[in-house]
Design a protein. Structure first.
Length: 339
């Protein structure tokens, strides 16, 4: 009986225009003022429970209002708004929107993801490092949701993840996410935390030489922390890159002048060489699935490998030669790489 009274009361409330007034407030159509997200969260929280008592028409109006409100609020966020917003406020607000849309609509996941992606770009564009790092963390969560371990042999349950991964890849490229990170004003912490994006693109076969150029060039004439951050990301991604990518990076390493060599650069070059060589070896034998494949590989005519496929080893060797005009300190560093 009480339930029936509650349903009747809610329907009377909607018929009297009460729900319409709440939705106007949510859309800032009441007096033109922008309401704080905390207030909107409290105001519309009860809507997550109306599915059993509301008509299909009412549910549809609520869903469309929330979608419109989300788009308006996110698009209108400026740098000051982003700085003033706490992470907790955003998380609570988006979590509630997700719950309401999930209870009232079948398109909840796709809708919420769209707004999460839009919001992460807004955070990446902030002048606040903390907010930019938040944006980067949100993109990492999006990547984690659609990781596919064995792309060519996806079971039916993983097909949606493949589709999501393709959509996210396209979005990262179109929104120029890497350009926000590897730019003239690049920050070391942003660079170091970007490796998951490059690894994701590499696994999607979407890393290009232009992307590698963008990352490499952002460290030109920069402080040591930027240089070390770029080197860190490269070594984080080595095992996910193709041989062609690794050789391309190697050509850039060769262009580093001798007067820039120090122990930190040698550490980077050593780690890069070890991982790159192991990756090359693995790729060379990746097609061998049987004894016949092995015999065919052994019978192939052998050619002299390019110096590039030894990666930094020839550089270390040249530094040890008497005719190479380098300091004793550099020679000792190079010698240490062969011990």
């Amino acid at each position: 009986m009480l339930y029936g009274l509650f349903v009747n009361l809610f329907n009377e409330f909607c018929a009297a225009g009460g729900l319409d007034e709440i939705l106007k407030i949510v859309l800032n159509e009441h007096d033109g003022h922008t309401l704080p997200l905390d207030f909107i969260t409290i105001l519309i929280a009860p809507l997550r429970s109306i599915r059993p008592i509301a008509s299909k028409e009412v549910c549809g109006r609520v869903v469309e209002t929330i979608k419109k409100m989300l788009l308006q609020r996110i698009e209108r966020l400026d740098d000051k708004d982003i700085k003033d917003l706490s992470k907790t406020t955003i998380m609570n607000f988006m979590a509630l929107m997700k719950r309401i849309l999930k209870s009232l609509s079948n398109e909840e996941a796709k809708v919420v993801k769209k707004y999460e992606m839009l919001l992460s770009v807004k955070f990446l564009q902030s002048s606040s490092l903390e907010k930019r790092l938040n944006g980067l963390a949100d993109i990492r969560k999006l990547i984690e949701r659609c990781k596919v371990a064995h792309r060519p042999f996806c079971p039916p349950a993983a097909i949606k993840k493949v589709s999501d991964a393709d959509e996210l890849t396209k979005w990262i490229i179109e929104q120029k996410i890497l350009e926000f990170i590897y730019n003239e004003n690049a920050h070391a912490e942003m660079i170091k935390r970007s490796s998951h994006i490059l690894i994701f693109l590499a696994n999607q076969n979407f890393v290009t030489n232009d992307i590698l150029d963008l990352m490499w060039n952002c460290k030109k004439n920069k402080h040591e922390d930027i240089i070390l951050a770029v080197h860190f990301v490269i070594n984080e991604c080595v095992r996910h890159l193709t041989i062609n990518h690794l050789v391309y990076i190697m050509e850039k390493i060769k262009q580093i002048p001798l007067d820039k060599y120090d122990d930190k650069l040698f550490t980077f070059m050593r780690e890069f060489t070890v991982q790159a060589y192991e990756t090359h070896e693995s790729e060379c034998y990746s097609d061998i699935k049987s004894l016949e494949d092995l015999e065919a590989e052994i019978s192939k005519p052998k050619t002299e490998p390019s110096d590039s496929l030894f990666f930094c080893a020839p550089i270390f060797w040249n530094l040890l030669r008497d005719e190479t005009p380098v300091s004793l300190e550099l020679t000792e560093l190079a010698n240490g790489e062969y011990k």
